[in-house]
Design a protein around this ligand. Structure first.
Ligand code: HEM
Length: 527
């Protein structure tokens, strides 16, 4: 038989083999996934799903989700306008899904408008791809280990001293000082840029505009096109297409937020007077002719690290000011914890100098107090959402591709399975004694999970330690008094954003002694 006559037979046989191989490989998984059920959760309406229920849970969502978990268990599955949402209330499940199966649960939710303004380039909002890995490696080289952070210690020391002086001069503005402190630490680190404290600073102005745009484009529901894709195709001059006019100025503002401080460093590098910084060092590594891609990554990585909320000064990562505000709240509410920490500092550091980074290993109670602060008020109570890349099977349930996984960190931190008497503020739980082990360090959870774990956690931890130790050494933080000299009880309540700050409260700071106040003032005189 001529060879060309046998080709169709060979091809047929090959196709049959291929089909059988595919069936054997994918068939069982496919069949299994079709016969599986979704995790438990409330029944929703067609398409809108559980929109109403989620909308009603806007205030302190983490507490509402914790209530739901009592009914649905450690997994609560919901849908809303085409989104699939899985709320996880158990640490074992969070670790299994986001860490052990991290390759599946490593993307971020993607909004159409965010992509349109190219904000998905920003570290924190982008999917886990080559670009994000590069960005995370860049950040890790500078602040990813205790050794890498060491060169920043002197900046932490001097900015924390400046913070003390600001508290001495205008204690009522403590919330502003907290944000200023972080802005003043992060901008020199990233760009070698020192913002003007008086008048309007050009970089801060750009950042404010950029962050206003950021707040809008990431506000799910503000642009109906995020939920009704058909609107993408409506021309801008028709009623349903008007949103397109809004997008242009947002994009300009966001581009400038990335480009202006970046341009500042490039200019300084060209003029040979750049201060060593995250951006300048990376530019040096790229060599004389960086590619567009290299610069692009660097620009958006830096912008992503300092992007915070629109305010007086930008914050490093908006989470850190929340830690400091929670610290002041807790010191007012639990004066006995404050007194113990101060006694430890007096014993170890004495009264002739302020605490330093090197004192940390000798201050176990202060260390435990910071852990308890993070446990009691986790700054990001629902972590950041992760998105699954493919169908997955967990505990007999199907978790479909593109499910948004939200870990209720707050609930884990308040779970009596993991922490004894979890609603009591008790730093001692983190100090091992002869008859009991220390409880689990909350840092394992409050900084997120797996491939997206917070790359700034050591930076945040270092700056929080030095500020807290110095404040404890210099000030007594107490409830303010009313006209009759009675203490005013603070209303303990937290804002509902991704990062949860305590709602504004009043606080009274008194130097512990004249000597302490002089030490604080002198510490910046010697800078
Ligand atoms: C106490 C302070 C902080 C807390 C509690 C915190 C917490 C978090 C959490 C929960 C995430 C999401 C992790 C996940 O998706 O699983 C995150 C991401 C991130 N954090 Fe922090 N953070 C803090 C401070 C900082 C600081 C100081 C920086 C920068 C110097 C920083 C930079 C980032 C970045 C760039 C991401 C995005 C990472 C990614 O998407 O891959 N954070 N943080």
């Amino acid at each position: 038989m001529p060879l060309f006559d046998t080709w169709p037979i060979i091809l047929d046989v090959a196709l049959v083999f291929l089909a059988v191989a595919l069936l054997l490989r994918l068939g069982p998984k496919y069949l299994a996934s079709r016969s599986l059920i979704l995790p438990p959760g409330p029944k929703g309406l067609p398409w809108v799903g559980n929109l109403r229920m989620l909308h009603q849970a806007q205030q302190r969502k983490w507490e509402v989700y914790a209530q739901w978990s009592k009914r649905w268990g450690r997994l609560t599955y919901l849908t809303s306008l085409g989104w699939r949402i899985l709320i996880v209330n158990s640490k074992e499940t969070a670790i299994e899904l986001l860490e052990r199966r991290g390759a599946i649960y490593c993307d971020r939710p993607s909004l159409y408008v965010v992509r349109l303004v190219e904000l998905h380039n920003m570290i924190g909002l982008n999917d886990y791809d080559h670009g994000l890995r590069t960005s995370r490696q860049m950040v890790a080289q500078f602040i990813g280990s205790t050794a890498a952070l060491k060169p920043l210690h002197s900046a932490f020391e001097s900015e924390s001293s400046r913070f003390l002086v600001m508290l001495l001069e205008s204690p009522d503005d403590f919330a502003d000082h907290v944000r200023t402190l972080l802005g003043r630490t992060i901008l020199p680190f990233l760009y070698g840029y020192h913002p003007k404290m008086e008048g309007e600073d050009p970089v801060i102005r750009c950042a404010k505009r950029g962050m206003e745009a950021f707040d809008h484009v990431t506000d799910f529901g503000l642009f109906p096109v995020d939920v009704v894709p058909l609107l993408r195709y409506i021309p801008h001059w028709l009623p349903g297409g008007r949103w397109k006019h809004l997008i242009r100025p947002y994009k300009t503002a966001l581009d400038e937020m990335g480009a202006v401080p970046f341009g500042f460093v490039k200019e300084q590098v060209l003029e040979g007077k750049a201060e060593p910084s995250f951006v300048s060092r990376n530019l040096e590594c790229f060599g004389p002719r960086p590619t567009f891609e290299q610069e692009h990554h660097l620009k958006w990585t830096a912008a992503g690290v300092w992007a915070g909320k629109t305010d007086k000064l930008m914050s490093a990562a908006y989470q850190t000011p929340a830690v400091m505000s929670n610290f002041f709240l807790v010191m007012m509410l639990y004066p006995e914890a404050q007194a113990k920490a101060q006694a430890e500092i007096d014993r170890v550091v004495g009264h002739e100098r302020l605490p330093m980074m090197e004192d940390r290993p000798n201050l176990p109670y202060v260390e435990a107090l910071i852990k308890e602060l993070l446990r009691f008020y986790p700054p990001v109570p629902l972590a950041f959402p992760h998105i699954s890349r493919q169908d997955d099977i967990y505990d007999g349930y199907l978790i479909p591709k593109s499910t948004m996984v939200i870990v209720n960190v707050w609930d884990i931190m308040r779970n009596s399975q993991y922490y004894s008497d979890p609603f009591t503020f008790n730093p001692e739980r983190f100090i091992a004694t002869s008859d009991r082990e220390a409880e689990q360090d909350p840092a394992k959870f409050v900084f997120g999970f797996g491939r997206r774990i917070c790359p700034g956690r050591r930076f945040a931890d270092a700056i929080a330690f030095i500020c807290i130790a110095k404040v404890l050494s210099v000030f007594n933080t107490a409830k303010p008094l009313d006209a009759n000299g009675n203490p005013i009880e603070p209303a303990v309540d937290h804002e509902d954003g991704t990062v949860s700050h305590p709602r504004p409260f009043k606080c009274c700071f008194k130097p512990r002694s004249e000597r302490a106040a002089v030490l604080a003032s002198d510490s910046i005189a010697h800078d």
